[in-house]
Design a protein around this ligand. Sequence first.
Ligand code: RP5
Length: 166
Amino acid sequence: MAQVAIVMGSDSDMPVMRGAAQMLDQFGISYEMNIISAHREPEIFFNYAKTAEERGVKVIIAGAGMAAHLPGMCAALFPLPVIGIPMHTTSLGGRDSLYSIVQMPSGIPVATVAIGGGKNAGILAAKILAVSDPSILEKLKAYSASMQAEVEAKDSRLQETGWKDY
Ligand code: RP5
């Protein structure tokens, strides 16, 4: 049974969505992944989002681009948290996707990450699950510690070599 559902409107979203999956893999969190379009196959989408809770899903990560309905419609049909990932677009640089996802009307929130923020979406889903799962919380703390160690190592190298040879 998957704890997280990752869904994207098109396979063109995969380069971003794989970042979310990689983070869930890193934290040992189970997930399902689907390509489902809210506007190209509305009946299939409705069934997918409507049955997510009974499939055992606790968080949905939904990525979409342009007039990005998918995350908002997930939030309308699924009673637990939805994280939205706006895709970069060639015409409007992803602002179209960002505004479509972040500007949800009152009552139907979508936790929106940055344009192309697949990795952060995976981490945020892990943080939501960590509220009731101490083992995920410990993995998140270890991940934070490893990031700190990486920055410290970079600074040590800078202090040793100087900026000219960095
Ligand atoms: C959205 O339209 C998808 O999420 C994708 O980001 C965008 C373009 O889709 P394709 O034309 O690449 O299939 O539904």
